[in-house]
Design a protein around this ligand. Structure first.
Ligand code: PGA
Length: 246
């Protein structure tokens, strides 16, 4: 399976940052690994133009479960497709934590996004206290089963799952490759049960302080198919290194 690196820029980049990033990225990206970028939604069109030469897929960090209507401030999956977004990150732990998104709500968002043709990166992960209480696999299992409830094999082909232990996001603490692999193996098994035909081919990304100096060891694990990256995706130099272009 080819490796996939996804840049989650969160609310960090502004117009000049986007220009600077792609100016550098386009010069050196060799497509050894697939690269997707999720800027703020209002920058999607601009990033599509800036990243055109590299064939980078551009996507959003959230969308509404509703398609259209009186939902002030919300972001429609259809409008995202219209401006050239091709994927959406759903269920990032910051959304679960600060915006009270539950796996049930995320299931509705996932269905809406897939129906409109967006690929979905569905995020799961346990908190530090859940890990310490030995609940990692049951928490992640529940997030998988509730969030991906009632999807078809055809849907599974447009699905990516990201495992991001909450305690490793933006903290500099990375799960060891063995810790990450244990959960990835479990997710692979659950996805294969859920989608017998395509489940084993769903990409499972690891996220949480992925950096140029730990990426190779993480990507060397059997069930780690790529990374979802925050901090180390903001500068082209670092993201290129993650993509195998040092
Ligand atoms: P980080 O963020 O790489 O800065 O830890 C990862 C993420 O939140 O997706």
């Amino acid at each position: 399976m080819s490796k996939l690196l996804v840049a989650n820029w969160k609310m960090n980049q502004f117009t000049t940052d986007c220009h600077d990033f792609f100016f550098e990225f386009n010069k050196r990206y060799t497509k050894k690994r697939e690269a997707w970028v999720a800027p703020q939604a209002i920058q999607i069109q601009m990033c599509n133009e800036l990243g055109f030469k590299s064939h980078v897929l551009v996507g959003a960090q959230n969308c509404s479960e509703h398609l259209q209507g009186a939902f002030t401030g919300e972001l429609s999956a259809r409008a995202l497709m219209d401006i050239g977004a091709r994927f959406v990150i759903l269920g990032h732990s910051e959304r679960r934590q600060y915006f009270n998104e539950t796996s049930k709500l995320l299931n509705a968002k996932t269905k809406t996004a897939l129906k409109e043709g967006l690929k979905v990166i569905y995020c799961v992960g346990e908190t530090l206290s859940e890990r310490e209480a030995n609940q990692t696999l049951s928490i992640v299992g529940d997030q998988i089963h509730q969030g991906l409830n009632d999807l078809s094999e055809a849907n599974a082909q447009n699905l990516v799952v990201a495992y991001e232990p909450v305690w490793a996001i933006g903290t500099g603490k990375t799960a060891t490759p063995a810790e990450a692999q244990e959960v990835h193996g479990f997710i692979r098994q659950e996805l294969t049960k859920k989608f017998p035909a395509f489940g084993s081919q769903i990409k499972i990304l690891y996220g949480g302080s992925v950096k140029p100096d730990n990426v190779e060891e993480l990507l060397g694990q059997k069930d780690i198919d790529g990374g979802l990256v925050g901090g180390a995706s903001l500068k082209a130099k670092d993201f290129l290194a993650l993509c195998g272009d040092k």
